[in-house]
Design a protein around this ligand. Sequence first.
Ligand SMILES: C[S@@+](CC[C@H](N)C(=O)[O-])C[C@H]1O[C@@H](n2cnc3c(N)ncnc32)[C@H](O)[C@@H]1O
Length: 289
Amino acid sequence: MTPPATKPTTIHCALSEAAQVLQHASTSPALDAEVLLSQVVQRNRAFLRAWPERPLTAEQAHAYGALIASRLQGTPIAYLTASREFWSREFLVTPEVLIPRPDTELLVELALQYLSARRGAVLLDLATGSGAIAVTLAAESTESVVYASDVSTAALKIARRNAERHHVTRIRFLHSDWFEGFPGDLRFDLIVSNPPYIAEADPHLGQGDVRFEPTLALRAGPDGLAALRVIAAEAGGRLIPGGRLLLEHGYQQADELRALLSHCGYRDITHHPDLQGHLRVTEAAWPDD
Ligand SMILES: C[S@@+](CC[C@H](N)C(=O)[O-])C[C@H]1O[C@@H](n2cnc3c(N)ncnc32)[C@H](O)[C@@H]1O
């Protein structure tokens, strides 16, 4: 006697089982379940809600099971979908790059304010990672000349692909350990950077998405200031007189960064708060006299 055929699982059943499985592994189990199923069936979340009784094929059910198992181990949603939205654009993200954060949109906003009054400005996104900042600035400030650099060749490949994805052909990519590999005469009106700024022993490194992100993108020595120290010391020599530096940093690093920048000769040092009131971006001018 042949065994009775098992009933294929439906969208509704797959979603509710997955949300149940993920309830202790994620702060948004139902959303994660939907996003991952959308990816498997190649339809948006509205489709899943409109067709809860649709059966999944065996291949879809299998692929979904594998994604849910990875999510259960903590793999970030952005790495499972290879995608993250930043400034209303979808960026390719892989485990070789930091997942762009909404916090970094403050840096972009301030850069765009600065660029709006300076046509043809030459700008650098130092430590570009996925290229989210450089691509956004190049797309939004079409008259600027944009450079993007990183020490990670894997990250630069992703950044190039993101530039292609958004049809931004004007970015010049540089492979460099901070400024070491830059042409000697290259100077910028504006340098923006979201560098690594987490202290080696910070307990956050063992929690959530950051466990899966590249160490190179996160850790910055015993006090979290190693990268900011190098940038403060070297960026001035790469700015035109009167040029501007915009740095993202940890919410408790504003005072120390101010002292570093002031020591290195920058002027007009200003901290900018995020929506929660934390000082997360610092702006400084290189003297023009
Ligand atoms: C916090 S991630 C920022 C990525 C991206 N800009 C963003 O905001 O999503 C920091 C980046 O710094 C790069 N990085 C680390 N050390 C570097 C170095 N010595 N020179 C240049 N880039 C470096 C890492 O490869 C990583 O892409």
